[in-house]
Design a protein around this ligand. Structure first.
Ligand SMILES: [Fe+2]
Ligand SMILES: [Fe+2]
Length: 378
Protein backbone atom coordinates (compact mmCIF):
# COMPACT_ATOMS: atom_id res chain seq x y z
CA UNK A 1 0.00 0.00 0.00
CA UNK A 2 1.42 3.41 -0.97
CA UNK A 3 1.02 6.50 1.17
CA UNK A 4 -1.65 7.70 -1.25
CA UNK A 5 -3.73 4.52 -0.80
CA UNK A 6 -3.82 4.82 2.97
CA UNK A 7 -6.77 6.40 4.74
CA UNK A 8 -6.65 10.20 4.56
CA UNK A 9 -4.42 11.89 7.12
CA UNK A 10 -6.45 15.01 7.91
CA UNK A 11 -3.88 16.63 10.20
CA UNK A 12 -3.61 19.71 7.99
CA UNK A 13 -7.23 20.53 8.90
CA UNK A 14 -6.27 20.57 12.58
CA UNK A 15 -3.13 22.63 11.81
CA UNK A 16 -5.12 25.25 9.85
CA UNK A 17 -7.65 25.46 12.67
CA UNK A 18 -4.86 25.81 15.27
CA UNK A 19 -3.39 28.76 13.35
CA UNK A 20 -6.81 30.45 13.21
CA UNK A 21 -7.39 29.93 16.94
CA UNK A 22 -3.86 31.13 17.74
CA UNK A 23 -4.14 34.43 15.90
CA UNK A 24 -7.69 35.15 17.06
CA UNK A 25 -6.36 34.85 20.59
CA UNK A 26 -3.22 36.87 19.83
CA UNK A 27 -5.30 39.63 18.23
CA UNK A 28 -7.69 39.86 21.15
CA UNK A 29 -4.83 39.92 23.65
CA UNK A 30 -2.92 42.60 21.73
CA UNK A 31 -5.98 44.79 21.10
CA UNK A 32 -7.22 44.71 24.69
CA UNK A 33 -3.82 44.76 26.47
CA UNK A 34 -2.32 47.59 28.50
CA UNK A 35 -0.81 49.82 27.37
CA UNK A 36 -3.01 49.75 24.24
CA UNK A 37 -1.25 49.05 20.92
CA UNK A 38 0.12 52.13 19.21
CA UNK A 39 -1.28 53.17 15.79
CA UNK A 40 1.43 51.25 13.92
CA UNK A 41 0.68 47.98 15.72
CA UNK A 42 -3.09 48.51 15.37
CA UNK A 43 -2.75 49.00 11.62
CA UNK A 44 -0.55 45.88 11.32
CA UNK A 45 -3.08 43.76 13.25
CA UNK A 46 -5.96 45.15 11.18
CA UNK A 47 -4.13 44.26 7.94
CA UNK A 48 -3.31 40.79 9.21
CA UNK A 49 -6.90 40.12 10.30
CA UNK A 50 -8.13 41.21 6.87
CA UNK A 51 -5.72 38.72 5.29
CA UNK A 52 -6.82 36.02 7.75
CA UNK A 53 -10.50 36.58 6.99
CA UNK A 54 -9.80 36.06 3.29
CA UNK A 55 -7.91 32.90 4.14
CA UNK A 56 -10.82 31.66 6.29
CA UNK A 57 -13.35 32.34 3.52
CA UNK A 58 -11.18 30.39 1.07
CA UNK A 59 -10.81 27.57 3.61
CA UNK A 60 -14.58 27.24 3.94
CA UNK A 61 -15.02 27.45 0.18
CA UNK A 62 -12.57 24.57 -0.29
CA UNK A 63 -14.59 22.48 2.17
CA UNK A 64 -17.96 23.41 0.62
CA UNK A 65 -16.85 22.91 -2.98
CA UNK A 66 -14.11 20.27 -2.72
CA UNK A 67 -14.19 18.13 0.39
CA UNK A 68 -17.76 17.84 1.62
CA UNK A 69 -19.45 16.93 -1.71
CA UNK A 70 -17.19 13.84 -1.85
CA UNK A 71 -18.01 12.86 1.74
CA UNK A 72 -21.75 13.44 1.10
CA UNK A 73 -21.66 11.16 -1.95
CA UNK A 74 -19.84 8.37 -0.13
CA UNK A 75 -21.40 8.58 3.31
CA UNK A 76 -25.18 9.05 3.17
CA UNK A 77 -25.19 8.59 6.95
CA UNK A 78 -23.12 11.81 7.27
CA UNK A 79 -25.82 14.05 5.73
CA UNK A 80 -27.00 15.47 9.05
CA UNK A 81 -23.53 16.39 10.31
CA UNK A 82 -22.53 17.85 6.94
CA UNK A 83 -25.70 19.97 6.96
CA UNK A 84 -24.55 21.32 10.34
CA UNK A 85 -21.16 22.17 8.76
CA UNK A 86 -22.90 24.05 5.95
CA UNK A 87 -25.07 25.96 8.43
CA UNK A 88 -21.97 26.77 10.48
CA UNK A 89 -20.21 28.17 7.40
CA UNK A 90 -23.27 30.34 6.66
CA UNK A 91 -23.24 31.65 10.23
CA UNK A 92 -19.51 32.40 10.09
CA UNK A 93 -19.83 34.41 6.84
CA UNK A 94 -21.49 37.54 8.31
CA UNK A 95 -19.11 37.42 11.30
CA UNK A 96 -16.16 37.51 8.86
CA UNK A 97 -17.71 40.50 7.09
CA UNK A 98 -18.03 42.34 10.42
CA UNK A 99 -14.37 41.70 11.28
CA UNK A 100 -13.32 42.96 7.84
CA UNK A 101 -15.38 46.15 8.24
CA UNK A 102 -14.10 46.82 11.77
CA UNK A 103 -10.48 46.09 10.71
CA UNK A 104 -10.81 48.61 7.86
CA UNK A 105 -11.96 51.22 10.38
CA UNK A 106 -9.02 50.49 12.70
CA UNK A 107 -6.55 50.57 9.79
CA UNK A 108 -7.87 54.07 9.05
CA UNK A 109 -7.19 55.20 12.63
CA UNK A 110 -10.62 54.31 14.10
CA UNK A 111 -11.61 52.92 17.47
CA UNK A 112 -10.64 49.40 18.56
CA UNK A 113 -13.87 48.59 20.42
CA UNK A 114 -15.84 47.53 17.34
CA UNK A 115 -13.01 45.28 16.16
CA UNK A 116 -12.73 43.53 19.53
CA UNK A 117 -16.54 43.02 19.54
CA UNK A 118 -16.44 41.67 15.97
CA UNK A 119 -13.64 39.25 16.91
CA UNK A 120 -15.68 38.05 19.86
CA UNK A 121 -18.72 37.46 17.63
CA UNK A 122 -16.56 35.56 15.14
CA UNK A 123 -15.04 33.43 17.91
CA UNK A 124 -18.53 32.61 19.22
CA UNK A 125 -19.56 31.01 15.92
CA UNK A 126 -16.21 29.85 14.54
CA UNK A 127 -14.57 28.10 17.50
CA UNK A 128 -17.42 25.60 18.13
CA UNK A 129 -17.49 24.92 14.38
CA UNK A 130 -13.78 24.12 14.22
CA UNK A 131 -14.16 21.78 17.16
CA UNK A 132 -17.19 20.00 15.61
CA UNK A 133 -15.40 19.64 12.30
CA UNK A 134 -12.34 18.06 13.90
CA UNK A 135 -14.26 15.76 16.22
CA UNK A 136 -17.21 14.71 14.08
CA UNK A 137 -16.30 15.14 10.42
CA UNK A 138 -12.61 14.36 10.08
CA UNK A 139 -13.06 10.74 11.29
CA UNK A 140 -15.65 10.32 8.51
CA UNK A 141 -13.23 11.76 5.97
CA UNK A 142 -10.51 9.35 7.06
CA UNK A 143 -12.98 6.45 6.78
CA UNK A 144 -14.19 7.22 3.26
CA UNK A 145 -11.23 8.80 1.47
CA UNK A 146 -7.65 7.84 0.66
CA UNK A 147 -4.78 10.14 1.40
CA UNK A 148 -4.22 10.56 -2.33
CA UNK A 149 -7.78 11.83 -2.77
CA UNK A 150 -7.44 14.16 0.24
CA UNK A 151 -4.18 15.51 -1.09
CA UNK A 152 -5.69 16.04 -4.58
CA UNK A 153 -8.48 18.14 -3.06
CA UNK A 154 -5.91 20.13 -1.05
CA UNK A 155 -3.88 20.67 -4.19
CA UNK A 156 -6.81 21.80 -6.33
CA UNK A 157 -8.58 24.00 -3.79
CA UNK A 158 -5.83 25.28 -1.51
CA UNK A 159 -2.57 25.28 -3.46
CA UNK A 160 -3.17 25.53 -7.22
CA UNK A 161 -3.43 29.03 -8.64
CA UNK A 162 -1.72 30.66 -5.68
CA UNK A 163 1.46 32.68 -6.20
CA UNK A 164 4.69 31.64 -4.48
CA UNK A 165 4.36 34.74 -2.34
CA UNK A 166 0.88 33.68 -1.15
CA UNK A 167 2.01 30.11 -0.49
CA UNK A 168 5.07 31.39 1.36
CA UNK A 169 2.94 33.60 3.58
CA UNK A 170 0.37 30.89 4.29
CA UNK A 171 3.04 28.26 4.94
CA UNK A 172 4.94 30.39 7.43
CA UNK A 173 1.70 31.45 9.11
CA UNK A 174 0.70 27.78 9.54
CA UNK A 175 4.04 26.69 10.99
CA UNK A 176 4.47 29.72 13.28
CA UNK A 177 4.67 28.15 16.78
CA UNK A 178 3.67 24.72 15.38
CA UNK A 179 5.11 21.56 16.97
CA UNK A 180 7.71 19.68 14.85
CA UNK A 181 5.27 17.06 13.50
CA UNK A 182 2.81 19.73 12.33
CA UNK A 183 5.63 21.72 10.78
CA UNK A 184 6.79 18.63 8.85
CA UNK A 185 3.21 17.95 7.71
CA UNK A 186 2.84 21.48 6.28
CA UNK A 187 6.24 21.46 4.61
CA UNK A 188 5.42 18.04 3.12
CA UNK A 189 2.56 19.58 1.12
CA UNK A 190 4.97 21.00 -1.46
CA UNK A 191 7.84 19.33 -3.39
CA UNK A 192 11.38 19.64 -1.89
CA UNK A 193 12.75 22.37 -4.18
CA UNK A 194 9.66 24.55 -3.88
CA UNK A 195 9.66 23.88 -0.13
CA UNK A 196 13.20 25.24 0.25
CA UNK A 197 12.31 28.31 -1.75
CA UNK A 198 9.18 28.98 0.30
CA UNK A 199 10.93 28.29 3.58
CA UNK A 200 13.92 30.52 3.01
CA UNK A 201 12.50 32.99 0.52
CA UNK A 202 9.54 34.23 2.54
CA UNK A 203 10.53 33.64 6.17
CA UNK A 204 11.90 37.13 6.79
CA UNK A 205 8.78 38.74 5.34
CA UNK A 206 6.47 36.68 7.55
CA UNK A 207 8.59 37.33 10.65
CA UNK A 208 8.48 41.09 9.96
CA UNK A 209 4.71 40.94 9.69
CA UNK A 210 4.36 38.84 12.86
CA UNK A 211 6.66 41.19 14.77
CA UNK A 212 4.68 44.23 13.65
CA UNK A 213 1.46 42.57 14.86
CA UNK A 214 2.42 40.83 18.06
CA UNK A 215 5.51 42.57 19.42
CA UNK A 216 4.52 45.93 20.82
CA UNK A 217 6.62 48.79 19.56
CA UNK A 218 8.49 49.84 22.66
CA UNK A 219 7.51 53.39 23.40
CA UNK A 220 7.48 55.60 26.40
CA UNK A 221 4.26 57.40 27.18
CA UNK A 222 4.09 60.64 25.19
CA UNK A 223 1.41 62.58 27.04
CA UNK A 224 -0.46 62.25 30.28
CA UNK A 225 -2.77 64.34 32.42
CA UNK A 226 -3.84 63.22 35.84
CA UNK A 227 -5.41 64.96 38.81
CA UNK A 228 -6.63 64.53 42.37
CA UNK A 229 -8.55 66.76 44.76
CA UNK A 230 -6.64 67.68 47.90
CA UNK A 231 -8.44 68.46 51.13
CA UNK A 232 -6.24 71.55 51.46
CA UNK A 233 -6.28 75.24 50.70
CA UNK A 234 -4.92 76.17 47.28
CA UNK A 235 -2.17 78.34 48.82
CA UNK A 236 -1.02 75.49 51.04
CA UNK A 237 -0.63 73.27 47.98
CA UNK A 238 0.94 76.04 45.92
CA UNK A 239 3.52 76.68 48.62
CA UNK A 240 4.87 73.17 47.95
CA UNK A 241 4.29 73.04 44.19
CA UNK A 242 5.88 76.38 43.31
CA UNK A 243 9.23 75.05 44.53
CA UNK A 244 10.12 72.21 42.15
CA UNK A 245 13.03 71.14 44.40
CA UNK A 246 10.39 69.95 46.91
CA UNK A 247 9.25 67.33 44.39
CA UNK A 248 11.35 64.77 46.29
CA UNK A 249 8.78 64.97 49.10
CA UNK A 250 6.05 63.45 46.95
CA UNK A 251 7.53 61.95 43.77
CA UNK A 252 7.93 58.18 43.38
CA UNK A 253 10.93 58.71 41.10
CA UNK A 254 12.75 61.97 41.83
CA UNK A 255 15.00 61.40 44.84
CA UNK A 256 17.22 64.51 44.76
CA UNK A 257 16.58 67.99 43.42
CA UNK A 258 18.54 71.22 43.74
CA UNK A 259 18.73 74.63 42.11
CA UNK A 260 21.75 75.18 39.87
CA UNK A 261 23.38 78.14 38.12
CA UNK A 262 22.71 80.45 41.04
CA UNK A 263 18.94 80.02 40.93
CA UNK A 264 17.15 80.07 44.28
CA UNK A 265 13.53 79.93 43.24
CA UNK A 266 11.15 79.37 40.35
CA UNK A 267 11.26 82.05 37.69
CA UNK A 268 11.44 81.69 33.90
CA UNK A 269 14.89 80.45 32.91
CA UNK A 270 15.85 79.18 36.41
CA UNK A 271 17.39 75.73 36.28
CA UNK A 272 17.43 72.81 38.67
CA UNK A 273 18.87 69.31 38.55
CA UNK A 274 16.73 66.32 39.45
CA UNK A 275 18.16 62.93 40.37
CA UNK A 276 15.83 60.04 39.55
CA UNK A 277 15.64 56.41 40.53
CA UNK A 278 13.55 53.68 38.94
CA UNK A 279 14.34 50.07 39.87
CA UNK A 280 18.07 49.56 39.41
CA UNK A 281 18.47 52.69 37.29
CA UNK A 282 19.53 56.13 38.43
CA UNK A 283 19.84 59.14 36.20
CA UNK A 284 19.88 62.91 36.43
CA UNK A 285 18.25 65.58 34.29
CA UNK A 286 18.72 69.33 34.14
CA UNK A 287 15.37 71.11 34.03
CA UNK A 288 14.41 74.68 33.24
CA UNK A 289 11.44 76.64 34.51
CA UNK A 290 9.40 77.96 31.57
CA UNK A 291 6.71 79.88 33.42
CA UNK A 292 5.44 80.35 36.93
CA UNK A 293 2.35 82.17 38.07
CA UNK A 294 -0.27 81.41 40.68
CA UNK A 295 -1.29 78.59 40.37
CA UNK A 296 0.63 77.09 37.48
CA UNK A 297 4.25 75.99 37.14
CA UNK A 298 5.70 74.79 33.82
CA UNK A 299 9.17 73.38 33.28
CA UNK A 300 10.98 71.22 30.77
CA UNK A 301 13.80 68.71 30.82
CA UNK A 302 16.72 70.24 28.95
CA UNK A 303 18.06 68.10 26.04
CA UNK A 304 21.71 67.02 26.36
CA UNK A 305 24.10 64.77 24.47
CA UNK A 306 23.36 61.91 26.85
CA UNK A 307 19.59 62.58 26.99
CA UNK A 308 18.56 64.27 23.73
CA UNK A 309 14.81 64.21 24.47
CA UNK A 310 12.76 66.88 26.20
CA UNK A 311 9.50 66.70 28.11
CA UNK A 312 7.37 69.61 29.24
CA UNK A 313 5.75 69.26 32.67
CA UNK A 314 2.90 71.35 34.07
CA UNK A 315 1.53 71.54 37.59
CA UNK A 316 -1.79 73.39 37.79
CA UNK A 317 -3.94 74.09 40.84
CA UNK A 318 -7.61 74.97 40.85
CA UNK A 319 -9.62 75.88 43.97
CA UNK A 320 -12.73 73.66 44.10
CA UNK A 321 -15.60 73.35 46.54
CA UNK A 322 -13.99 70.73 48.76
CA UNK A 323 -10.35 71.75 48.45
CA UNK A 324 -7.89 72.08 45.60
CA UNK A 325 -7.73 70.16 42.36
CA UNK A 326 -4.08 69.34 41.63
CA UNK A 327 -3.45 68.54 38.00
CA UNK A 328 -0.16 67.27 36.66
CA UNK A 329 0.51 66.78 32.98
CA UNK A 330 3.43 66.09 30.70
CA UNK A 331 4.06 65.88 27.00
CA UNK A 332 7.18 64.81 25.17
CA UNK A 333 8.13 67.84 23.08
CA UNK A 334 11.33 66.41 21.61
CA UNK A 335 11.66 62.70 20.90
CA UNK A 336 14.77 60.58 20.55
CA UNK A 337 15.87 57.52 18.64
CA UNK A 338 16.82 56.12 22.05
CA UNK A 339 13.12 55.84 22.94
CA UNK A 340 12.95 52.02 22.50
CA UNK A 341 15.99 51.79 24.82
CA UNK A 342 14.29 54.01 27.43
CA UNK A 343 11.09 51.96 27.12
CA UNK A 344 13.05 48.72 27.56
CA UNK A 345 15.18 49.85 30.50
CA UNK A 346 12.33 51.77 32.14
CA UNK A 347 9.14 49.78 31.45
CA UNK A 348 7.39 51.95 34.06
CA UNK A 349 7.67 54.84 31.60
CA UNK A 350 5.46 53.09 29.05
CA UNK A 351 2.45 54.07 31.15
CA UNK A 352 3.08 56.47 34.01
CA UNK A 353 -0.50 57.51 34.71
CA UNK A 354 -1.09 55.42 37.84
CA UNK A 355 2.30 56.28 39.39
CA UNK A 356 1.81 59.98 38.79
CA UNK A 357 -1.66 59.88 40.32
CA UNK A 358 -0.21 58.20 43.41
CA UNK A 359 2.37 61.02 43.54
CA UNK A 360 -0.44 63.58 43.53
CA UNK A 361 -2.20 61.73 46.35
CA UNK A 362 1.03 61.98 48.37
CA UNK A 363 1.27 65.68 47.53
CA UNK A 364 -2.37 66.15 48.59
CA UNK A 365 -1.65 64.42 51.88
CA UNK A 366 1.44 66.55 52.57
CA UNK A 367 -0.52 69.70 51.67
CA UNK A 368 -3.35 68.74 54.02
CA UNK A 369 -0.92 68.65 56.95
CA UNK A 370 1.04 71.73 55.86
CA UNK A 371 0.51 75.05 57.56
CA UNK A 372 -1.60 77.30 55.36
CA UNK A 373 0.87 80.11 54.49
CA UNK A 374 -1.89 82.71 54.62
CA UNK A 375 -3.10 81.60 58.04
CA UNK A 376 0.48 81.36 59.25
CA UNK A 377 1.11 84.94 58.18
CA UNK A 378 -2.00 86.19 60.03
FE1 LIG B 1 -12.06 23.64 8.48
FE1 LIG C 1 -15.42 24.28 8.13
Amino acid sequence: MTVDDRPADTSTMRIVHAALRRDLERARRALTGQPPPDPRQRAAIARHLTWMMRFLEAHHRSEDDGLYPVVRARRPDATAVLDVMTDDHHAVGPAITQVEAAAATVAGGGDLTALVAALDRLSDVLLPHLEREEQEVMPLVTACMTHGEWHAIEQEHNLDGKSKSELGMEGHWLIDDAPPDDRAAVLGLVPPVQRLLLLHGFGARYRRRARACWTPHRRVQQTCTTSVVADADVDAVWDIVRDPTRVTEWSHECVTCEWIGGATGARPGARFRGGNRQGLFRWGRVCEVLSVEPYELVWRTVPSILYPDSTEWTMRLLPVEDGTRIEQSFRVVKGTKLEPVYATLLPAHRDRTASLRRDLRRLAEISRHAVDPHNAAN
